[in-house]
Write a protein that binds this ligand. Structure first.
Ligand code: SF4
Length: 241
């Protein structure tokens, strides 16, 4: 199949994992076809993790060279827990060793002017063979599947729209790969069908609403649980009506 435009990187073959438990959850217009908890795999370990460990160690140093991080004596433990989480992913990923990805970290844009909307832009983490779009998430606790689908649905549908615009065909499916960085790391893979027409309409309506809100400068705070991770918290606190 043709690759999405502006592909920037290509994945090396990756290891096969296995042992899965399945879940079926009905959610807002979508059927979660396969929520996979990959833990305790006994699959053959075909990844050269030693090589990746070396790259990780180098990058750990290189990426903080120009920052001043106050580790407060926690750097070693942070580094080793980060590596353990990554190593777990390399071991447990459902991506097969001989699978060739369509694209990695690919930037794409879609002209939505026919729908009266601005251009949609985004970067897709990974497009697996068969057009399965993957988004990676790093979390501190095991996600609840239906909530994860609800929270990330808009983002995934946006990726579907970008993929369809770039390739002229529908995606094969959508996947959330949650890497749970706990003491005993685990990987939760949630597989979803391609975005439905209803989901695309919901996305377009959301974009329409955002655009109209920005145009009339409707920036009234709406405090809630999302504030705990909001990067605009300080600006929001300074808001004057
Ligand atoms: S802190 Fe962020 S999430 Fe909370 S109301 Fe303000 S802008 Fe919204």
């Amino acid at each position: 199949m043709g690759r999405p435009s502006r592909c920037r990187k290509w994945l090396p073959p990756v290891a096969e994992s296995r042992r899965r438990s399945e879940n079926h959850v009905s959610t807002d217009g979508a059927q979660v076809v396969n929520a996979v908890s990959c833990t305790g795999s006994t699959a053959p370990f075909r990844f050269n993790t030693e090589r990746f460990k070396g790259v990780f160690a180098e990058q750990w140093q290189a990426l903080q060279a120009e920052s001043k991080i106050n580790w407060d004596g926690e750097e070693d433990s942070e580094r080793s827990s980060s590596w353990r989480a990554l190593e777990n992913y390399f071991t447990e990923t459902p991506i097969k060793a001989d699978e060739r990805p369509e694209a990695v970290e690919v930037a794409a844009s879609a002209d939505l002017s026919d729908h009266g909307l601005p251009t949609l832009i985004g970067v897709l983490d990974l497009v697996r063979s068969g057009g399965r779009i993957v988004d990676f998430k790093l979390v501190g606790k095991t996600p609840e599947v239906e909530m994860a689908v609800h929270i990330h649905g808009t983002q995934l549908t946006a990726y579907s729209v970008l993929y369809r615009d770039a390739t002229g065909r529908n995606e094969g499916g959508l996947e959330l790969h949650h890497l749970v960085r706990t003491k005993q790391p685990k990987l939760i893979v949630t597989s979803l069908p391609p975005a439905s027409e209803r989901q695309v309409t919901r996305l377009f309506r959301s974009l329409e609403s955002y655009e109209e809100g920005v145009a009339r400068q409707d920036f009234v705070p709406s405090p809630g649980f999302a504030c705990m991770g909001c990067e605009y918290f300080n600006e929001c606190r300074k808001w004057n009506p």
